[in-house]
Design a protein around this ligand. Structure first.
Ligand SMILES: [Zn+2]
Length: 265
């Protein structure tokens, strides 16, 4: 069972203790492996060899889903964006949550790229003008704190859905293994002004597995990610860290690619 706690100036969500992550999760993925290992496909690095099934629902893939979603990047887009095969329905199903994620991110961001989206005529301003429902939702999530500052209490489940999906897509591209999104568990989403949980601070600044590792920069200042293992226990879990516009940091627990069965080549 995942428990989401809300805390901090903006918000922090914590599922248990990041570094005592639930090893039970690592067992649950032994139940189903729809795809198994994918071959390398060196000639067309953006294509998976086993490319015909939607990675989300396993029905026939008719489209490519960008990882990360293009709306979370800046134009001009970087070349060679990663994609995964998906069906049109899954592709469309995520789009409202992706839009919500972008709007929430822009509301709490300080960097110029995000601020310009909220200004009149910016992409977030246009989205809110287009959809009265979205505008109302966001307005209803603004809270006046003691002292008069206004903060956003976003819909964490929707944001978690997007960070999970992104970590899943990055994992597929990195490890060439499709499993199931359900095995990826969002641990936290932190604003840069949030007090981070102590174990996460320790990890970010002292844990060589993160501190010495180079972040994969998809777009500088906009989207970076890192896969890193925990250090505790004999079988430390794998985490995916994702940074959005230097504003939000998401941590997602991943299944262990070394133990995923390879029933398909
Ligand atoms: Zn699908």
């Amino acid at each position: 069972m995942s428990i989401w706690h809300e805390a901090g100036n903006f918000f922090a969500v914590v599922r248990g203790d990041i570094f005592q992550a639930d090893h039970a999760m690592n067992k649950s993925y032994q139940q189903e492996f729809p795809f198994g290992k994918l071959s390398k496909g060196k000639k067309r690095p953006d294509r998976l060899a086993h490319d015909t099934q939607c990675v989300y629902c396993r029905s026939r893939a008719e489209a490519r889903d960008h990882v990360p979603p293009k709306c979370l990047l800046e134009k001009p887009y970087p070349k060679n964006l990663l994609t995964v095969p998906s069906c049109r329905r899954c592709n469309a199903n995520f789009s409202l949550d992706e839009e919500y994620f972008l709007v929430a991110l822009a509301q709490v961001g300080f960097c110029p790229t995000l601020l310009s989206k909220v200004e009149e005529g910016g992409v977030v301003d246009r989205a809110l003008n287009r959809s009265a429902a979205l505008d109302d939702r966001i307005a209803g999530q603004l809270v006046v704190e003691e002292g008069g500052s206004v903060t956003l209490r976003p819909e964490l489940e929707r944001m978690a859905k997007i960070v999970r999906k992104i970590a899943y897509g990055l994992f597929i591209r990195r490890y060439r293994q499709c499993t199931s999104q359900e095995l990826f568990y969002p641990i936290g989403i932190y604003h840069q002004n949030d007090p981070m949980p102590q174990p996460l601070i320790a990890a970010m600044y002292y844990w060589p597995g993160i501190r010495r590792k180079k972040w994969e920069v998809v777009q500088a200042g906009v989207f970076s990610y890192l896969f890193a293992r925990g250090w505790m226990g004999s079988d430390p879990p794998l985490y995916c860290l994702v940074e959005f516009h230097k504003t939000l940091l998401a941590v997602v627990g991943c299944p262990d690619p070394r133990t995923l069965p390879t029933n398909m080549h």
